[in-house]
Design a protein. Structure first.
Length: 160
């Protein structure tokens, strides 16, 4: 092998090993969760009764408004429902709920995996966010998912 090719090879190996060492030495930041993942982790914490972890996932303005004890009281019905249906949950749907004055809130609705064969699932666990960029939970709740009533067929009177 020629001397300059050998020198280039050694230099390349040194640079690669230095890059590898520096990459190994500095921790890489954890990837940012999607909203669905953030909602799922929030609900999983509630269903485990890890209220402190779930409370930390709430938006700062919510944490300033309600205490951990109040949060726990609000979250307990979700936990009880999880004890009844088991804790495994699945994303059921996501959407936007329109409010007063044109305000809207992005929501994620989860169903219990035990109810996956029932259409629609009888109970939904709902998590809301301020907007599409937010990862902090703005609100949550347990919603009864009643099936829509079938529309009555419109029967026009017959002319005789």
């Amino acid at each position: 092998m020629q001397a300059h090719k050998k020198a280039l090879l050694i230099a390349g190996l040194l640079m690669a090993s230095c890059g590898w060492v520096s990459a190994q030495g500095s921790p890489t930041p954890a990837p940012r969760l999607s909203q669905a993942q953030a909602a799922h982790q929030f609900l999983r914490a509630v269903l485990r009764a890890d209220y402190a972890a779930a409370y930390r996932r709430m938006a700062p303005e919510v944490r300033h408004t309600i205490s951990l004890v109040q949060f726990e009281t609000s979250a307990r019905p979700l936990w009880r429902s999880g004890q009844k249906h088991r804790q495994a949950i699945e994303l059921y749907k996501l959407g936007v709920r329109l409010g007063d004055g044109g305000a809207s809130r992005l929501f994620y609705a989860f169903s219990f995996a035990a109810d996956s064969a029932r259409k629609p699932p009888p109970v939904l666990l709902e998590v809301t966010f301020r907007d599409t960029a937010a990862r902090a939970v703005l609100g949550f709740g347990l919603r009864a998912n009643t099936p829509p009533l079938p529309a009555k067929p419109s029967v026009a009177p017959r002319k005789r």
